[in-house]
Each structure stands twice: as C-alpha cells, then as structure tokens.
Write a protein that binds this ligand. Structure first.
Ligand code: PLP
Length: 286
C-alpha cells in the first residue's frame, strides 16, 4: 500500500480523498509534473519545478507550496515508499469552492489542491525497449492550442496511445499542417546526416525538461542541432528517430507508419544521447 500526499497530509492511498467539485475533476483545471527517480534520487527536479511555476502562472493559479517544501514532499514520498527507480507524480488544481461554475473561484478564498504519489518502476533506466526502439504511427494533432502548459487534459493523447496500440505500435506522433508537433507524451526528433532536427519551442508543443537537457548535452558534444518543424515524410526518410521524456529519457524510434528507419535498429545518435543523458542527469540528481 502506497503512501500518498494530499493537501498537507501523508495518507495510505485508499484514504486519500478529493472533492467531487474539484475543478480538475469537473474542468480538467489542473497542471502536473512527472519527475523520474533513479537510485532513490530525483532527476532534473529544478527543471520540473520551474515548468510547474510557468504552468501555474499561465493559468493564473496559486502556487501551493514553496520550492523547498515541494522538494521535501517528493523526497519523503520516495523514502516512505522505498522507491529506488520510478516516478513522482505531482498535480496542482484550482481547487473547489463547493459548486460547479465556469468562472474561476476567488483565489483569496479557494486554496489549490496539491496531490503527489509515487510509481515504482524497477529497472526504469534499463528498459528493454531502448534496445529495440519504438514503432510509431502518425495521427492528426487534435489538441487545444496551449500545449506549452502541462495540463491534465490528456484525453486526446490517451486516444492516440490507443490508436497506436490498435495498430500494433508503441506510440503516435501528432501532425498539424503537415508537420510533426510531438509524441503523445514526449518530444519528437529525427536525425538526418549529422543533424538532429526537432520542432522549435512555441505554444504548439510542451517544453520538455528532458528536451532542454538533451539538446544542451548534444551541443556540448559538438552535435549539430536544428530546431524547426519537420514533415512526416521527412521523418520517414530520416536516418534515425527518437523521443525524449522524463520517464523514457531518450528512446529510439525505428519505424514510422510501417516505414523502417535506417537499418531498423536503434541509431547511434539516439543511443549515444541516451547514455549521455543518463550519465549527466544522475550527476545532478537530488
Ligand atoms: N510532450 C508532451 C505532450 C508530454 O506529455 C511530455 C511529457 O509528459 C513531453 C513532451 C516530455 O516532457 P518532459 O521531458 O518534461 O517529460
């Protein structure tokens, strides 16, 4: 039985309760972060908290606790749940003023809801999938226009994962105006020649914390990075593909819509970046 955190209390998961009037339940009015844990330590924690603050600011939501308090809650949950490898999920919602209304409740009188829980994933960094690579499909991007805010509106990404599963694949890349935006829960990259190509930051994609770190490490390793939109046809003709996210780190892509990339095995750039990311991010884990 896990211990979870709800609004100041550490509780057994079966005793944790949220109001049916909570705006995240009624309106998806909430934001979240997922931080991975390796060897009992939090990866890229400062980046995740910086993005959380940005999401809260963009939605005029109150910050539920100070950075140090949030770090302490993360660490306490990792400790009591004995998480060696896994994730900490954090969600902040606009809370509830006890009824349903489209208008935001008064932040002076309505406190945000803060929930955190852990997920144990033994061997997270040694996933066999990294050795095989992902098969993906392309689907239309039918999400809203503020994908830079990490909200809990995840129905379309869930539908995308189901479409991939039905097609016998692992995930989907989403297409808008002929160009790839991102994966259902990750940022998307292709490699052509010696160039790593990924869409530039804007409201169209989530500003991945892993993306920022991986691009920094790539540039430090003298790899060439081009931040621009790419088409799905360009992706299918690429030498390699990969995705990044907090829980998958760097994961190779070996097939797009049934078209094999390169020789069908994870490519050297993706494999190298995965290694560098895991090595470097462990050095700054807290
Ligand atoms: N893009 C989307 C749509 C996501 O949901 C995620 C992660 O959940 C990412 C990108 C990757 O972001 P990060 O590296 O911060 O996990």
């Amino acid at each position: 039985m896990r211990t979870v955190y709800v609004n100041g209390d550490y509780l057994p998961e079966t005793e944790a309760k949220i109001s049916i009037f909570d705006r995240a339940f009624l309106m998806a009015d909430g934001v979240y972060e997922v931080t991975s844990v390796l060897g009992g330590k939090l990866i890229d924690f400062a980046g995740h908290l910086t993005r959380l603050e940005r999401s809260l600011n963009e939605l005029d939501m109150k910050k539920p606790a100070a950075f140090d308090d949030l770090l302490e809650i993360h660490r306490e949950l990792v400790r009591v749940n004995e998480i060696e490898d896994g994730l900490v999920y954090l969600q902040v919602t606009r809370g509830s003023d006890g009824d349903r209304d489209f208008v935001f409740p008064d932040p002076e009188t309505t406190e945000p809801t803060l929930v955190l829980f852990t997920q144990s994933k033994p061997g997270l960094a040694n996933s066999p999938q990294a050795g095989k690579g992902l098969k993906i499909i392309s689907i239309d991007d039918l999400r809203w226009g503020r994908r830079d805010i990490k909200t809990v509106q995840l129905l379309y990404p869930s539908m995308g994962k189901m479409m991939a599963k039905k097609a016998g694949c692992d995930d989907a890349w989403m297409i808008e105006d002929g160009h790839v935006t991102e994966g259902t829960s990750n940022n998307a990259y292709i490699v052509k020649g010696n160039k790593i190509i990924t869409r530039q930051l804007s409201n169209d994609i989530l500003h991945g914390i892993t993306r920022a770190a991986v691009l920094r490490f790539a540039r430090e390793a003298q790899m060439e990075v081009e931040e621009r939109p790419f088409t799905i046809d360009e992706a299918k003709a690429a030498d390699e593909g990969f995705i990044t996210s907090a829980s998958a780190f760097v994961m190779p892509v070996v097939e797009i819509d049934g078209q094999t990339l390169g020789d069908g095995a994870p490519g050297p750039v993706a494999r190298r970046l995965r290694e560098i990311y895991l090595d470097e991010s462990l050095k700054t884990a807290v």
